[in-house]
Design a protein around this ligand. Structure first.
Ligand code: IVH
Length: 695
């Protein structure tokens, strides 16, 4: 398949015979990469390379119009055909794509073209909005009389996939418009995932041996396009609104007014949107956004300029499936070339062997990078990465560095393929890769020092035992000294005052503080203990469910033991706990079945006094109600109020929706109270709330 490096330098130098051949090759390659990107959420080439293929193709189409086969020409297509697994939605107004500007000159040319088209005076200023180009996937939301009735992806621009069921379970998309809603309004925008959420998702996916997403965009697309809406619900998707499809009973003169209305209807509209009067101002805003890019919580890949006046937009119309009144000014890729000096294996808490490329340090978009994760052994094979190779590195969505490809032309004779070890590099036990899984794991469990140390770091971490002064460094040091060989040993540290005080950079005060911090954790919430055990797949939420259900560790252990028999009532009871499926149940059972784990837990129990969570009372006036606190409460902190409400069986949410039962408004309650009012949700004062729960 044709690649960027195989393209001739200048489209103008191509002969008609070459052009015909190139056009057909480009059509094939572009269709293929489109399908990888939109259809499978698994692109093989960078967005920049894709843009280059598209730009070259467009230049050829313009130079040789008689050679363009309309039906198959890439310029006539947007995206890809909808996947058959989803229902289809025909867009009443097609969802267009955008032409690109790659440099300042392209921006000046764009403005000039518009003025020429509208026969405006050279000197006349034309207002455009400049807004970040969010790197997600576009979505069309249809509201009838203010109620969300359908959600569809772009698909091929004419027919998209029906993802209504999935969007209905996400938090960030209004299900009902606030205020006076028009008869019909189709709002379009971008579904995306924050960088931090993407990293956390990949970490969880990695731990499960599930699919690793290349970047936040793919993660968002993969999360939205799920057959099972429950999976979508568990993924933190967000939405920025930025354009309209069909609408009736409402109209706007300007794009900027439309965006203001979107905000009032309850949508997130990007705050970095700005009106500009000329190319210079657009470019200045582009630079400003470019500088902010690395610090934004989400990925952007450029800035979109749109003519503000709607009458101008209508007159300008479209060409080649892109509007004449808008353009995307793309950011250059943050890429660099470097050398793979070595490949190391890291052993994680669950024994997963993760290959890490050690790189000659290189600056990628302002960050010095010297490591890149290679995810797993298949990834190394797929990209054919060898030690000594020169590779192209990219910061995927500004976050984790990624090896995009090997420059095979620069491969030295001495480059050596990496033999993925079948033994744990730390404890030399067999590392096993179960059939159908991507991850190879050290089989030694906690007798492997690497797994043990990582597990101990987890045990004392913030959401588990949360022991101040006992961080990763101390864990490694105490382990090396032989003081930590089991979780219970953390509590035995309290008898080592002199030893600890005598350590370098410790002293009596720090030793005393550390021992106090440990002592304070002998009384500890049961769910923190369960979470701290590091049972595979058991995160904080599951730990809480288990704590509520079994109420003590001995009860949980006994149940897990009885549940070894899948026909037992104990097994049945375990998997009927909301959100615990068979795979998770198997991991819980396997954990306690392991004799060493069972002993570690019993020893730990001799040191601590877990606190059973209070049962939510079944018959409080707020049982099962969804409530939201807003503003400053006079009598208690927000977290305390939340805890009280939860104890009474209420669900406390952070945002108001039509499903909210009560909003408790303290002093200076702002937008949430307003939203509640608009949705007709009952608003209580703090006193009314107190009266309700003490009734
Ligand atoms: S406007 C007719 N505004 O970029 C104009 N698009 O490359 C339609 N995108 O399909 C799009 N942020 O998925 C617009 N602020 C923004 C955007 C944006 C991201 C995406 C969108 C579009 C693609 C075109």
């Amino acid at each position: 398949m044709i690649t960027v490096s195989a393209l001739p330098k200048d489209p103008a130098s191509v002969t008609p015979i070459e052009a015909a051949d190139l056009l057909s090759q480009l059509a094939e390659a572009i269709a293929y990469h489109n399908e990888r990107y939109h259809g499978q959420d698994a692109p093989e080439i960078s967005d920049q390379d894709f843009d280059k293929l598209m730009a070259f193709n467009l230049a050829l189409e313009e130079a040789f119009p008689h050679l363009v086969k309309i039906a198959s020409a890439p310029s006539q297509k947007v995206g890809t055909s909808p996947n058959a697994a989803f229902g289809k939605v025909t867009h009443e107004v097609p969802m267009l794509s955008l032409a690109n500007a790659f440099n300042d000159q392209d921006v000046y040319d764009f403005i000039e073209r518009i003025k020429r088209f509208l026969s405006l005076d050279e000197a006349e200023e034309i207002i455009l909005t400049a807004e970040p180009k969010i790197d997600g996937l576009s979505l069309a939301l249809r509201y009838e009389k203010g109620v969300l009735v359908s959600a569809a992806t772009r698909g091929d621009g004419t027919v998209g996939e029906d993802v209504t069921a999935n969007i209905l379970v996400t938090d960030n998309v209004p299900k009902k418009l606030i205020g006076d809603a028009p008869d019909l309004l189709e709002v379009r925008g971008e579904v995306y995932m924050d960088k931090a959420d993407f990293l956390a998702l990949n970490e969880a996916q990695g731990a499960k041996g599930a699919k690793i997403f290349a970047n936040p965009r793919n993660a968002a697309a993969g999360s939205l396009r799920q057959k099972d809406a429950r999976i979508t619900k568990s993924r933190p998707l967000k939405f920025f609104a930025y354009s309209a499809g069909v609408y009736k009973g409402i109209a706007w003169h300007k794009h900027s007014d439309f965006l203001d209305d979107l905000r009032a209807f309850g949508f997130s509209v990007n705050e970095m949107t700005q009106s500009c009067a000329n190319a210079k101002e657009l470019i200045a805003h582009y630079k400003m956004i470019g500088e902010a890019r690395a610090t934004l919580p989400y990925d952007i890949d450029g800035v979109v300029y749109k003519v503000d006046r709607h009458d101008y937009q209508t007159r300008l119309g479209q060409v080649s499936r892109a509007p004449r009144w808008a353009i995307a000014h793309k950011f250059p890729a943050e890429k660099a070339t470097t050398i793979v000096e070595a490949i190391d294996i890291q052993v994680g808490r669950t024994g997963a062997l993760t290959p890490v490329a050690r790189l000659a340090p290189v600056n990628v978009g302002g960050v010095i990078v010297s490591n890149a994760t290679l995810h797993n052994e298949d990834e190394i094979k797929r990209k054919d990465i060898r030690i000594g190779d020169t590779v192209i590195l990219q910061r995927a969505g500004d976050v984790i560095p990624q090896i995009v490809e090997v420059i095979t032309a620069q491969r030295p004779d001495t480059a050596s393929a990496f033999d993925f070890p079948h033994l744990c590099p730390i404890c030399h036990s067999p590392a096993i890769r179960p059939d159908g899984e991507a991850v190879r794991r050290c089989s030694a469990s906690l007798s492997c020092p690497a797994q043990f140390v990582e597990q101990m770091k987890h045990f004392v971490s913030r959401n588990a035992f949360d022991i101040e002064g006992l961080g990763a460094k101390q864990i490694e040091q105490f382990f090396a000294l032989g003081w930590l060989n089991a979780p219970a040993d953390v509590f035995a540290l309290t008898k080592r005052f002199d030893d600890i005080a005598g350590l370098d950079r410790m002293g009596e005060k720090s030793a005393r503080n550390l021992i106090t911090a440990i002592e304070e954790r002998r009384d500890i919430a049961l769910e923190r203990v369960i979470f701290g055990l590091g049972i595979r797949q058991v995160g904080q939420a599951t730990a809480k469910l288990l704590a509520q259900h079994y109420e003590s560790l001995p009860a949980l252990m006994a149940a897990a033991h009885d549940a070894i028999d899948p026909d037992s009532p104990a097994y049945e009871s375990l998997i009927t706990i909301d959100q615990i499926g068979a795979a998770m149940a198997d991991d819980i059972i396997a954990f306690f079945k392991d004799v060493a784990n069972a002993k570690a837990v019993s020893d730990l129990l001799a040191e601590i006094r877990p606190i059973t969570p209070e049962k939510p009372s079944a018959d409080s006036p707020v049982t099962g109600k969804i409530i939201v606190f807003t503003g400053t409460l006079a009598t208690q902190s927000r977290s305390e109020a939340k805890a009280v409400a939860e104890r009474l069986g209420a669900k406390v949410s952070g945002s108001v929706s039509a499903k909210t039962d009560y909003v408790i408004a303290g002093a200076d309650a702002g937008s949430k109270a307003k939203k509640a009012e608009a949705l007709g949700v009952t608003i209580l004062t703090e006193d009314e709330w107190q009266a309700l729960i003490t009734a």
